[in-house]
Design a protein around this ligand. Structure first.
Ligand code: ADP
Ligand code: MG
Length: 275
């Protein structure tokens, strides 16, 4: 090995160590390829540096998204790619695009999805949440009962403010199936506190089978119910998924031997469970 090659290898080794220490992984993994390209294209030193910096920025962006996706606890398969929007004619493509771009979250507006069981509320809202993460926002997905249990325990340990603050670092919380379980007084108290704390500061996304007129089942007394609804809907988009249950439609398709894409009766509001 020539002295020159030895020296070059030593520089490479030392450079890689430094890049690792600086946590410049995108830089470390790509600079050699970019250097070759810079050679053939006769790039200036500055242009070369710009190219590596761009790769580093992109690498960081995708790592941040991956980390936020993990933290979000969103089900991985419930994305908009796997959601058939044609099945919910009451929700326009345009509105979904608006909900996904992140500006709504930046204005701390809320998104509420209502509909009978199986109409795709959870899937659609998770899909929107996935897009929000891809667009640089942070989301936390939780079942309503789990969140409530968690907050009740925190309150008992005199840690409720800290817990609510911890949730504050998420631009949006997606609370799935609100009202599915009957709440007692302590449970509705913490939920109310959470909504009040996030009001006009941070987004709340909710799916629920219960229409507002039945929310006194959640918040028990009329005053608290009215106050909670008032805060939630003040700046909110409301999605109504009053189609036939997706599961029922699928089963129906199988019996009749056709694909769900050809079904055109999805728009007919099913009255199931709407008593
Ligand atoms: P809900 O939350 O309203 O009870 P889900 O979102 O859990 O309904 O949907 C029930 C099942 O049907 C899930 O497996 C979901 O992925 C699927 N599903 C519902 N609507 C659609 C749709 N429009 N396109 C694709 N899958 C759907
Ligand atoms: Mg659901």
């Amino acid at each position: 090995m020539s002295a020159a090659t030895e020296q070059a290898d030593a520089v490479t080794g030392a450079l890689k160590l430094l890049l690792r220490a600086f946590r410049l992984r995108g830089f470390e993994e790509n600079y050699e390829l970019i250097a070759e390209h810079a050679n053939t294209e006769s790039l200036t030193y500055e242009a070369f540096l710009y190219e590596v910096s761009k790769v580093e920025a992109e690498e960081r962006r995708s790592r941040r998204i991956e980390r936020r996706l993990k933290e979000s606890r969103l089900p991985r398969d419930k994305t908009l790619e796997t959601f058939d929007l044609a099945r919910v004619p009451s929700v326009s493509k345009q509105l979904v695009a608006q909900l996904c771009d992140g500006t709504l979250v930046d204005r701390a507006e809320n998104v509420l999805a209502f509909g009978n069981p199986g109409t795709g509320k959870t899937h659609l809202m998770c899909g929107i949440a996935h897009e929000l993460v891809r667009n640089g926002r942070s989301v936390f997905f939780t079942q309503a009962y789990a969140l409530v249990q968690h907050l009740v325990a925190a309150k008992r340990d005199l840690r409720l403010p800290q817990e609510i603050k911890r949730l504050d670092r998420f631009d949006a919380i997606l609370i799935d199936d609100l009202g599915y379980v009957q709440q007692d007084r302590a449970e509705m108290d913490v939920l109310f506190t959470l909504f009040a704390e996030r009001y006009e500061r941070r987004t709340v996304m909710i799916t629920s089978n219960l229409v507002f007129s039945k929310w006194d089942q959640i918040f028990r007394d009329a005053m608290t119910t009215a106050a909670a609804i008032d805060r939630l809907v003040h700046h909110a988009r409301i999605l109504e998924l009053n189609t036939e249950s997706y599961r029922a439609a699928k089963a129906h398709d199988r019996r009749r031997g056709k694909s769900s894409e050809k079904l055109d009766d999805g728009a007919k509001a099913s009255k199931e469970g709407e008593s």
